[in-house]
Design a binder for this molecule. Structure first.
Ligand code: 2GW
Ligand code: MN
Length: 296
């Protein structure tokens, strides 16, 4: 990874800097204080990386849950777009968790693309649907995913791929910077602030607000992550407390204590509501009508 400044790659479209930092007084960060790269378009050489992985082939897992209305609404577009843009040219296994097998979308997958569907029960509360992914992922990583892939990404389903999301994102422990908080001070992050919760982060602490919609890494590192988050969630349940942003709060606590080795910039999980003309978007949030999907 080089430290090329995306600012130098001018185009008519607005860049991240133009939109968020019109004064250009703040330097675009391409490295964390612990020297992990922050991945932006222009900071990596795809040609070089592709050549490396051609000589060192890898299998990449992608886990996604689509239960209830999220299965009807988002899964087909997520998978079809992943087939086009997620790790193009590499072996990918989709681990797709649904609550109704008959509703699995009918997609013709590309070469070296494999689907491993699994039926899981839908929790009654939506907070639990989201949080209990950590338990299912713990079990599956332990039981078989760890033997089947070299790297694994775990993603929300309410998103779709727009451009190649490739091997540049592979790393030991990969975290996504949440787009809305990229340039906020850590005091503005929506971390869990009650010391009673296992997800508690003290005011003034914290490097990024990480987005639980995307995390990944090697199976052993991701297993440790999901297992810890699940343990925190269960401990909180025992103490009758629920972290403000559920599994995401626990994920942020984990990444505070276990620094990611690679951070994905908001190009890798963009919300077009922030800015419609954002460049180099690889994955975008789906437009969501909460009233429509949140029925419980
Ligand atoms: C979720 C909320 C309300 C009603 C339903 C659901 C729901 C979620 C569902 O009915 N079916 C389902 O499969 N899910 C899965 O949980 C699905 O994979 C979805 O992407 C994921 C997280 O829910 P989501 O996408 O509605 O949460 P967000 O986009 O508001 O995101 C963040 O905060 C969450 C915790 O509140 C999670 O940490 C999530 O990973 C974050 O991106
Ligand atoms: Mn989501």
């Amino acid at each position: 990874y080089s430290n090329l400044d995306p600012q130098n790659q001018k185009s008519e479209k607005l860049s991240w800097l133009d939109w968020f930092l019109p004064s250009n007084k703040v330097e675009l960060r391409t490295k964390t204080p612990w020297n992990a790269p922050i991945l932006w378009e222009g900071t990596f050489n795809r040609t070089y990386l592709e050549e490396y992985y051609r000589n060192n082939p890898v299998t990449i897992g992608l886990t996604v849950f689509a239960l209830g209305k999220y299965l009807d609404k988002y899964l087909e577009k997520f998978l079809a777009s992943a087939d086009k843009h997620f790790m193009p040219g590499h072996k990918v296994i989709y681990y797709v968790m649904v609550d109704d097998h008959s509703k699995l979308p009918y997609i013709e997958y590309g070469t070296s693309r494999f689907l491993k569907p699994r039926v899981v029960a839908k929790e009654a509360r939506w907070q639990d649907v989201s949080m209990m992914r950590m338990k299912t992922l713990t079990d599956m990583l332990q039981d078989f995913i760890k033997d089947e892939v070299d790297y694994v990404f775990c993603m929300d389903v309410d998103m779709d791929f727009r451009a190649p999301y490739g091997v540049e994102t592979l790393g030991e422990l990969v975290a996504q910077a949440q787009a809305w908080f990229m340039n906020s001070p850590n005091t503005a992050f929506t971390y869990e602030r009650r010391p009673e919760s296992k997800a508690y982060i003290e005011m003034g602490q914290g490097d990024f607000y990480y987005h639980a919609a995307v995390f990944g890494g090697t199976p052993s590192r991701v297993l440790d992550l999901v297992r810890s988050c699940y343990a925190g969630i269960m401990e909180d349940k025992k103490n009758n407390i629920e972290a403000v942003w559920h599994d995401e709060s626990h994920l942020n606590k984990y990444f505070l204590e276990h620094k990611p080795t690679l951070i994905l910039s908001p190009e890798y999980c963009w919300d077009y509501k922030i800015h419609a003309e954002m460049e180099h978007v690889k994955l975008a949030w789906a437009m969501k009508d909460y009233a429509e999907v949140r029925d419980n």
